[in-house]
Design a protein around this ligand. Structure first.
Ligand SMILES: [Zn+2]
Length: 196
């Protein structure tokens, strides 16, 4: 019988432990002997190691996806050379995929019956959808929010970019790599109030 897979999108703001969730999932697969692969789009070329790393201090090796990587072609080659593809494919930072690469992942699901779980941000620091996230919202089989809480108690919605003084920045490039020092996940109300 042919495998039937699904394309999943699990989205949340920065700091909602999406990466930790991915790494925990990979760890559980490993423990139970379930074949899987981890991928991540390359955004920070200063990164010497191809790893997925969580703020809580765990990491795991992954395969990099470059802007011109054809994911379907890559996995097809893997399928031809080594038999069946793993049942599970985990993708971190899926917001940085191109729309075409999301379509390629969907094709992997439909033609090979793999389950593909994409973890990523919904929107950028200007509250606009990322390209990869937009396409995932459009075509994923299953969409699930990974929630986290603003200091005021509401759900975080916005990945605010902040400057050295902690003020919210609203102008700039969509992608600017940074951690806790550059970004702060806040609720919509706190974001609006801080802009006033
Ligand atoms: Zn708030």
């Amino acid at each position: 019988m042919q495998r039937i897979g699904k394309l999943y999108f699990r989205y949340g703001t920065m700091g909602s432990a999406k990466t930790a969730l991915l790494l925990t999932t990979a760890y559980n697969f490993e423990e139970r002997g379930i074949a899987h692969l981890c991928f991540k789009p390359v955004t920070d070329t200063r990164e010497a190691k191809n790893v997925i790393r969580s703020r809580i201090g765990i990491e795991r090796e992954c395969r990099w996806i470059y802007p011109d990587t054809d994911i379907f072609a890559t996995l097809s080659r893997m399928n031809e050379s080594g038999g069946m593809l793993p049942g599970w494919i985990l993708v971190d930072e899926a917001q940085f995929l191109t729309a075409g690469q999301v379509d390629q992942l969907a094709r992997v699901v439909d033609e090979y019956g793999c389950n593909v779980i994409c973890y990523g941000l919904r929107t950028d620091f200007q509250t606009k959808l990322f390209e990869g996230s937009r396409r995932l919202f459009e075509i994923a089989d299953s969409i699930e929010e990974v929630k986290s809480t603003c200091t005021c108690g509401r759900k975080t919605i916005v990945n605010a970019r902040i400057d050295r003084e902690g003020r919210i920045v609203t102008e700039g490039e969509q992608v600017e790599i940074g951690g806790n020092d550059r970004y702060m996940a806040v609720c919509r109300k706190c974001w609006t109030n801080r802009l006033l």
